[in-house]
Every structure is written in structure tokens, then in C-alpha cells.
Design a protein around this ligand. Structure first.
Ligand SMILES: *Cc1c(COP(=O)(O)O)cnc(C)c1O
Ligand SMILES: [Zn+2]
Length: 459
């Protein structure tokens, strides 16, 4: 058994076969990891090993930005690996966005995961997750989603015809770009009266009672696919380690996967040091921020203080505090992967910050103006980097990689509202959320249908 599932709780450490369908550890309820007996596996001697696959792009597994690193997520036989061409993403240095953030040396890099087939980083995880679904013979798969997971699941299921997809979304809580994808790809789409956390609770019960395969981010196989975002960042930097990875935090699957990637690369001797990790919450959805910074919650060798977490959520419920942010992809009260994220923060000497709606939409406009449009949640990474440079936590000359998690077209309302197309839209998306200014707005100009007047605008 070279790949297996292992409980992350160090006092339990129960292991399970890779072919078992589990959602949490059946013994203690903690999250599960996919783990490997690395000493029995053909582990590459250096990361440059993976460059040989560049020449073999006609093999779909080598074309895939996920599976060309398959020796680092070896849980499935090659013939079962699912790919629709995910991970053809790029890392671009952006001096302009770097200046906005306050950097002096132009070493700000944007990892653009919006280029994935469904337009978000979720495809990295879905390639791996549907592969596991296939290994266990699943005929239908479900997720709860703020939108991008459902879009990704729907795409993978319709493109591969391996299973039916069922997606649960909170009613009125999903950007239309994302909802349209789920519908277009033919997913059975269930709108629950409630928010993401309600949808998440229900879909787990559905999986429990109906046997449908669950592809939420608590699925540890998904996180294996998301590790490859970090492998591609290192690849783009010619295997040099950046100083910082900055990522928005919602359910904390990405940050957890990044941490696992660096833990494993270190253990395998493939890197000498890990970058530092900054996880950025929206101020309107700041459970991790509060737990980490105000409550002092830590990984603590795996002995995470569950009473602190329970008390925090109980108080949240008593005060009826609900996540509320324009960054809908991170509008989450109870992040599913909290404990794994704490492990990542611990290993990568991490920090957690929160950013306001104003900071998010301004950063988004700067990212767009410099060629990489993204959705609001993604811009939290750049807004967070700016905050950390202002605080002096990130040095102005350090090498920083911000993850742009999703494509601009996922949520066009947020963009046109910012650029001042329509007063009502502005009020609905920005004004009502406390965004008072739009310093980087690119307003459309109205003009009479008159060639002279139009020409006058060309100056
Ligand atoms: C899912 C998602 C996030 C949040 O990622 P987590 O892994 O849940 O923390 C951020 N941005 C976008 C665009 C997403 O789709
Ligand atoms: Zn356990």
C-alpha cells in the first residue's frame, strides 16, 4: 500500500486504504491526508526531473499541469488519471502591480490560475478528486460551493462522462458567471435556502445517506491536485524558492495544500527551505484571522485546541455573525480545512491578515489594469501583500508570489460596478458594502451617434 489515507490528528494517526471512501477519520472525526510510503516509490532526485515531460506534451498526462508532477501525488494508476488539460497557467512578474503593493525591485509575481479550463484553480483539485472518484467506481459526485467548485465539478463530469454531477449552492449567493457554468455543463443544481455553510452541512448528509461521492475541499485527494500550483510556481522560477506565497483564504484548501507541498518537498530533500505563507481573509469573512491572531489558535504539533474553535463558533452563532463580502469565493464562516491550514502556517512561518472590501476592489482594478483580470476573492492576495509590505512584514525587495485564484469573467458585476457603468449596480455591489471610492475606475464615456463628436474623443 504505497498511498494511503491518514488521520491528521497525531493522537490518532489511523490509516486507511486509498480506495476507501471516507469524509473524515471514522475513529476521531479529524481531517484526512493522503500520505505515501515514499521510500517504496520512485521519487525524483531533483525537481529538474520534471522538465523532461515538457517535450512530451502529446501525452495528456504530461500536458496536464497537475499530472506532469504525478510522482509527487502518486495515488492513482496512470490509466485512471483524469485530465481535461488543467494547469496550463502562468506566473508573470508584474512591476506595476508590484509598485502598487509598495515593492521596490519588481519582484512581485502573479500566478494566474484563472487560465484553467473552468476559470479557477479548483480544476487542479478536481482533476485529482475525480480521479479518486473513478478509482472507487463513483457514478455520481456532489459538492457544496460558493460557485467555482461547482463549475469545476460540472465541467469535469460533462467532459469525461465518468459521473453525474450534483451541485449545492446557497440561494442568491453565487456569482452568475459561476452559476451559468454549472447549468451549462449540465450539473443538477440545487439551490439551498441558506449560505455556503448551510449547503456544506447538507451535502455532507446527502453523501452520508445516498452514497454520492463528495468532492468538497475536505476531500483530501483534491488537495493533492492543488499542491501542483506550488510545483508550477517553483518551475516558473526555475526551481528557486520565493520569499512569500500570498493566497486568499476561504475554506483553506489551497493554503493547506500549499503547506503540504512544501512539507513533502522538504522531507524528500527536493527543496532546502520553504517560502513564508500569508493567508488573506476578507474582513467580512474573517474566522481564520480572528482564530489565529485574536485567539492565538495554533497547530501546536497537531494538538489544535478544539475547545477554542468550538467556543468561537458558538459565539459567532450567538451574535448571528455571518460572512458577508464581495469576494464571494471566500465568503465562508466555518473553514473546512482549518486545522490543515494551521499546519501549513506552522511549517511555513505563516501570517494571516484581513483586507477590507475597498482594499479588495482597488487591488482587483490594479491587477486588471495590468493585464491579469481576476475575480474579487483573488485580489485579496494582492491587497494582503500590500498590507504586509506597509506593515514591514514583507520586505520591499523580497520575492513575492500572489495567487490569482479565479478569472475576471466569473463575476463581471463586481467589475462593471467598480468602473461606474451604472449607479444602481454600484450601490448594490459596492456602496452597500462600504466601498466609498473607486480611484482606479475606467468609466465608459457616452457619446451621441455623431462622427465628429466621436472623433473628438479619440484625442
Ligand atoms: C475557492 C476559491 C478561493 C478560496 O480557496 P480555499 O481553498 O477555499 O481557501 C479563493 N478564490 C477563488 C476564486 C476560489 O474559487
Ligand atoms: Zn483519527
Amino acid at each position: 500500500m504505497r498511498a494511503f489515507q491518514r488521520c491528521v490528528n497525531p493522537n490518532c494517526q489511523a490509516t486507511f486504504d486509498v480506495a476507501e471512501v471516507l469524509r473524515r477519520c471514522p475513529r476521531c472525526g479529524a481531517l484526512l491526508d493522503v500520505d505515501y510510503e515514499w521510500d517504496k516509490l520512485p521519487v525524483p532526485k531533483s525537481l529538474a526531473h520534471f522538465e523532461r515531460y515538457w517535450a512530451e506534451r502529446s501525452n495528456p498526462l504530461n500536458f496536464s499541469g497537475v499530472w506532469r508532477f504525478r510522482e509527487l501525488l502518486p495515488f492513482a494508476p496512470e490509466e485512471l488519471c483524469v485530465t481535461v488539460g488543467e494547469g496550463q497557467t502562468i506566473l508573470r512578474q508584474s512591476e506595476e502591480v508590484g509598485k502598487y503593493v509598495g515593492m521596490t525591485t519588481g519582484e512581485l509575481h502573479l500566478q494566474y490560475e484563472g487560465l484553467n479550463p473552468s476559470g479557477s484553480f479548483k480544476d487542479n483539485g478536481m482533476a485529482a478528486g475525480t480521479t479518486h472518484g473513478r478509482m472507487v467506481g463513483a457514478t455520481s459526485a456532489a459538492c457544496a460551493s460558493t460557485g467555482n467548485t461547482s463549475a469545476s465539478l460540472a465541467l469535469y463530469c460533462s467532459a469525461t462522462r465518468l459521473m453525474k454531477s450534483i451541485v449545492f449552492v446557497g440561494s442568491g449567493k453565487i456569482a452568475y458567471g459561476k452559476l451559468s457554468q454549472a447549468l451549462d455543463y449540465g450539473a443538477r443544481t440545487v439551490q439551498i435556502q441558506g449560505d455556503f455553510d448551510d449547503a456544506m452541512a447538507r451535502v455532507q448528509e446527502v453523501a452520508q445517506r445516498s452514497g454520492v461521492y463528495l468532492l468538497n475541499s475536505l476531500n483530501p485527494f483534491r488537495l493533492e491536485g492543488q499542491k501542483t500550483i506550488m510545483f508550477r510556481v517553483l518551475e516558473a522560477l526555475r526551481w528557486e524558492i520565493p520569499d512569500w506565497i500570498v493566497v486568499p483564504g476561504g475554506n483553506l484548501g489551497n493554503s493547506s495544500a500549499f503547506g503540504k507541498a512544501f512539507i513533502e518537498l522538504t522531507k524528500l530533500g527536493l527543496i532546502k527551505r520553504a517560502p513564508r505563507l500569508a493567508v488573506i481573509n476578507a474582513a467580512g469573512a474573517d474566522s481564520l484571522y480572528r482564530l489565529y491572531n485574536d485567539e492565538g489558535l495554533r497547530w501546536n504539533g497537531g494538538n489544535v485546541d478544539q475547545t477554542k474553535i468550538d467556543a468561537f463558533y458558538a459565539q459567532m452563532d450567538r451574535e448571528n455573525r455571518r460572512a458577508h463580502t464581495i469576494a464571494s469565493a471566500i465568503e465562508i464562516n466555518r473553514p473546512v480545512n482549518l486545522t490543515k491550514c494551521l499546519r501549513a502556517l506552522d511549517f511555513c512561518d505563516g501570517v494571516v491578515r484581513k483586507v477590507s472590501e475597498q482594499e479588495i476592489v482597488d487591488a482587483k482594478a490594479q491587477i486588471g489594469a495590468n493585464g491579469f483580470g481576476c475575480e474579487p476573492a483573488s485580489a485579496a492576495s494582492v491587497a494582503g501583500a500590500k498590507r504586509l509590505v506597509d506593515e514591514g512584514v514583507i520586505g520591499k525587495d523580497e520575492r513575492v508570489v500572489c495567487i490569482l485564484t479565479g478569472h475576471q469573467l466569473k463575476d463581471p458585476n463586481a467589475t462593471v460596478a467598480y468602473h461606474g457603468v451604472d449607479r444602481e449596480l454600484y450601490e448594490k455591489y459596492l456602496g452597500s458594502r462600504g466601498v466609498e471610492q473607486t480611484p482606479f475606475a475606467n468609466r465608459p464615456v457616452g457619446v451621441e451617434n455623431d462622427i465628429e463628436k466621436i472623433l473628438a474623443l479619440m484625442k
